[in-house]
Design a protein around this ligand. Structure first.
Ligand code: FPP
Length: 281
């Protein structure tokens, strides 16, 4: 159940409200992560240029964020620009994406304020152009006191490089004698991730049909439910977020355990173990 202070259900569309009404409020995800894919294909199918797909994709970012904020979703993390995007795409497209990000922030901070959304970033953001970093800082500071959804944009992000950065800072702790290498725990690694301040995602959505993680939140998605839709990101809206949450609620999360009621070790099972032992002799 999300804190009632952050809910604005009356602002959902009629269609969204119908999907929301069927959700189990006690089983809503705390954190949804999204791999926004398919901007280029969306444009290609309409004989448009790729950049027009990215422009529409930016519109989806805002609309989906606003629906998330209306239902009180605490954490929404969007894969906006990967390290691989920066290395493997034509310079002109990378430059366009940087300009788009800057103008997206300029134009949407007021809407973030109206929707009580707090903005954060993860990734090697210090490698982005300085004017983009300035705008990012400005948006983060302007929205820092908002108490609704935290929208985290993964920018110049890669899951493996996040782990490299985490191990480097953990190694520094070891060198300073603040922790012994033999006593490192999963919690210690978690403390050094970019996402140390947030829970792991409950649900990972990927648009445009590919069945890949694409180097996104590799450590954090160990027990995350994955939802893949054929829909291209520029066509993805708040209602599709709610439908993905409905699908998530139909799943049984076991975290490596058993489903309820299937864990009895009865006499018959004990006997079967004996038979296996005999067969193996
Ligand atoms: C994949 O489409 C999408 C990206 C490159 C990242 C997402 C970028 C946006 C949604 C644009 C703006 C974002 C913000 C935050 C302003 P693709 O080009 O890989 O699509 P394709 O696989 O169909 O070619």
């Amino acid at each position: 159940m999300y804190p009632s202070g952050t809910l604005r259900i009356d602002e959902l569309t009629t269609e969204e409200r119908a999907v929301y009404a069927a959700l189990k409020l006690e089983r809503l995800p705390e954190h949804v992560a999204i791999i926004m894919d398919g901007n280029g294909r969306w444009a290609g199918h309409r004989s448009l240029k790729r950049f027009q797909g990215h422009l529409q994709g930016a519109k989806s970012v805002q609309l989906v964020t606003e629906t998330a904020s209306r239902i009180g979703l605490p954490w929404l993390t969007l894969y906006a620009f990967s390290l691989e995007n920066s290395l493997r795409r034509p310079r002109a497209e990378v430059n366009f994406l940087m300009r788009l990000l800057k103008s997206y922030l300029e134009c949407n901070v007021q809407r973030m304020m109206d929707n009580n959304v707090r903005m954060r970033y993860i990734g090697r953001t210090h490698e982005l152009p300085p004017e983009v970093q300035d705008k990012m800082r400005w948006a983060e500071e302007a929205t820092a006191r908002n108490t609704g959804t935290t929208l985290t944009l993964a920018l110049n992000y890669g899951g493996r490089s996040e782990l490299v950065d985490a191990f480097r800072s953990l190694a520094a702790e070891i060198e300073q004698g603040r922790i012994r290498s033999g006593s490192i725990t999963e919690e210690d690694i978690h403390r050094h991730l970019y996402t140390a301040h947030m829970p792991d995602p409950d649900l990972l959505i990927r648009t445009s049909g590919e069945m890949r993680l694409s180097n996104y939140l590799l450590w954090q998605v160990a027990y995350t439910e994955i939802f893949v839709t054929e829909r291209f990101w520029p066509d993805f809206r708040g209602i599709h977020l709610l439908e993905a949450i409905a699908d998530f609620q139909r799943r049984e999360r076991r975290y490596g355990g058993l489903s309820e009621g299937s864990g009895e070790v009865d006499e018959q099972v004990e006997q079967q173990v004996e038979q296996v032992k005999i067969a193996a002799v």
